[in-house]
Design a protein around this ligand. Sequence first.
Ligand code: SF4
Ligand code: SF4
Length: 185
Amino acid sequence: MDEWLARGLHGNMDYLERNRDKRYDPSVLVPGAQTVVVCLLHFDKSGRDYHRTVKSLLYKLEARLKEEFGEDIVSQTHQHIFCDSAPMLERRWCVEAGLGFIGKNHQLIHPTLGSLVHPGEIVINKPVPISNTQYPISEHCADCQLCLEACPTGALRNTVWDATQCIAYTTHHCLECQNICPFNL
Ligand code: SF4
Ligand code: SF4
C-alpha cells in the first residue's frame, strides 16, 4: 500500500495517506485489540444503506459474544465495530480469515459469493485460536484475464489498480470488472 500511495495511484483519496499506523495495526486503532472477527454480507441490490445493515448484524453478534464471554471481550472506550468506516485494511483481514482472495480486478472474491460482498469487522480483546486456511492457489484467477480485458480505461493494467483511471471512482457507475467475473455468474 505504501508503494501504491507513493506512486499516486490513489488519486484524490487523500484520506488513505493518513492514519497508516492505525490502518496497518488494529491495536493502534483499538487499544487492547487481539483479534479481528470478519464477516461478509452478500451485496443487497435493494439500494438500502449496506453500512447500516452490516453494522446492525455486527451489533447483534457483539451482543452474543458479550453474553457468552463477558462484557470485556470488546473495548469499553473505543469504537470497535467497523464497516467501511475506519482506517482498516478490510480485504486483508478477509483474506487472513479465509473468506476469499484478491482477484486480478483487485476485489475480494469469495469462492461462492463472488465479489459482490461487503465486509464488516468486530475487533475484540481476546485472542482466538483460528483454523482458517487461505484458499489454495488453484481456486484463484489462474489464466483468466476477463476483467483486464473488460475494463474500459485500463485501470487494471500492470497488476495494479489505478484509481485515477477507474470510472467507479470518478462517476461511481462501473462494475464491468465484477460483472464479467466468473465468480459472480
Ligand atoms: S470499475 Fe470499471 S474502470 Fe474501474 S477497474 Fe473496474 S472495469 Fe475498470
Ligand atoms: S474476471 Fe477472471 S481474472 Fe478477473 S478477477 Fe475474475 S476470475 Fe480473476
